[in-house]
Ligand binder design. Structure first.
Ligand code: SF4
Ligand code: SF4
Length: 308
C-alpha cells in the first residue's frame, strides 16, 4: 500500500514518504529539547513556540501515519511589470501546485476507504529529513534526491497503516562537507559555517516577506526578487539541472502593477490578477510587495544590476 502510494507520487513527479504516527511524540520531544538548549533568535523562538503544533486533529478516522509529499516547482519565474509606461523585468518565486497533489492523493486513497487531513503546522523540513525524504543543506534548505530544493512540502495525517517507518537522524548533506558556495554567495551573511541553522533574522526572505523599514545594515544590492531570495539555491551544486527550470514570463499590465503598488486587498483583484499572484505566491506577502517592488524599480531606474 505505502509502496503503491510512493509510486503514484513518483509518477506524478512528486516524492512521498509515510511516517508512523508513533514518531510524532519523538519529534515533539526533539523540538522541546531544541527550544531549551539551542541559542535561538526571536524569529526562531516564534517558529518553534507558535508555528509548530503537534496536537492531533479531531477527525472521524483513526490517525495512524503522517504522509509527507515533496512537490517540486520551477526554480523561479521571470515577471514583467509596467510603471509609468516603462517595462521592468524581475524575478519571482513560484508556488508548488498543492491542489494537484492533494487531488491525486485523494483519488488514490478514497476508493480504498482511506482518509487524509492536512497537517500544515508540523516542522515539515525536519520531518522530511527524519523520514528519509530529504537532507539539509548548509543554507537550511532541504534537498530531495531527484528534485533538488525547488519544492514545497505538504503533510497529512492519515489512516494509512504504518507500523514502522524510517527515521533518519537530522544531519547536513555530505555534499556540503567541502563546499561553502552558498555561504559565500549569501548577500546578508545569514549562513553559518558550523551549523545548518542559519541566522534567519538576517535572511532576505524574512526581511522582504515582512512589511516595514529595511534594516540599515541591509545593502540595496541584496534585493533581486519580488519576495524571498533565490541566491543560495541557484548556486548550489545539488540543484544542478534544476536551477534552469524557469517559467519564462508572467506579465503584469500597468493597471495591475499599480494595484500591487497600492497595497489593495486581494479580494478587490480581478480573477486574472488573483490567479497570477497566487501562482507566484505574491498573494501571501501583499503587505510587503509595494515596498519590495518600489525598491526593485528604483534599482533598475538607477541602472543597478539585479542578478542572481
Ligand atoms: S552550496 Fe554547497 S554548502 Fe551550500 S547547500 Fe549547496 S552543497 Fe551545501
Ligand atoms: S535565502 Fe538568500 S539571504 Fe537567505 S540564506 Fe539563502 S542566500 Fe542568504
Amino acid at each position: 500500500m505505502i509502496e503503491q502510494l510512493k509510486q503514484e507520487a513518483l509518477r506524478r513527479g512528486d516524492r512521498l514518504q509515510v511516517v508512523s504516527i508513533g514518531r510524532l511524540s519523538a519529534l515533539k520531544h526533539e523540538i522541546d529539547f531544541f527550544i531549551n538548549t539551542a541559542d535561538l533568535n526571536s524569529f526562531q523562538k516564534w517558529i518553534v513556540g507558535n508555528l509548530y503544533k503537534f496536537e492531533l486533529p479531531s477527525v472521524d478516522f483513526s490517525i495512524q501515519s503522517i504522509i509527507m509529499v515533496a512537490i517540486p516547482h520551477p526554480a523561479y519565474a521571470k515577471v514583467g511589470f509596467i510603471r509609468n509606461g516603462k517595462a521592468y523585468n524581475l524575478m519571482s518565486n513560484i508556488m508548488s501546485d498543492f491542489e494537484r497533489s492533494e487531488n491525486y492523493l485523494l483519488d488514490f486513497l478514497t476508493p480504498m476507504n482511506h482518509h487524509i487531513v492536512a497537517a500544515p503546522n508540523l516542522p515539515l523540513k525536519r520531518l522530511a529529513v527524519h523520514s528519509g525524504l530529504a537532507a539539509y543543506g548548509r543554507n537550511n534548505i532541504t534537498y530531495v534526491d531527484g528534485l533538488g530544493s525547488f519544492l514545497s512540502y505538504a503533510a497529512y495525517f492519515s489512516d494509512v497503516p504504518c507500523n514502522d517507518s524510517e527515521w533518519t537522524e537530522v544531519r547536513l548533506s555530505e555534499r556540503c562537507t567541502h563546499c561553502d558556495i552558498c555561504l559565500n554567495k549569501c548577500p546578508t551573511n545569514a549562513i553559518r559555517k558550523d551549523t545548518f541553522l542559519i541566522d534567519n533574522e538576517r535572511c532576505l526572505s524574512y526581511l522582504n516577506e515582512n512589511p516595514g523599514e529595511w534594516p540599515e545594515w541591509l545593502p540595496l544590492s541584496a534585493h533581486h526578487c519580488v519576495y524571498d531570495c533565490l541566491k543560495c539555491q541557484i548556486v548550489c551544486p545539488m540543484n544542478r539541472g534544476f536551477a534552469s527550470n524557469i517559467v519564462e514570463s508572467i506579465k503584469f499590465s500597468e493597471e495591475e502593477t499599480d494595484i500591487l503598488l497600492s497595497g489593495r486587498g486581494f479580494d478587490t483583484y480581478s480573477d486574472v490578477l488573483k490567479h497570477k499572484t497566487s501562482v507566484l505566491g505574491i498573494n501571501n506577502w501583499l503587505a510587503a510587495i509595494p515596498r519590495n517592488l518600489s525598491i526593485l524599480f528604483e534599482l533598475i531606474d538607477d541602472h543597478k544590476e539585479i542578478h542572481l
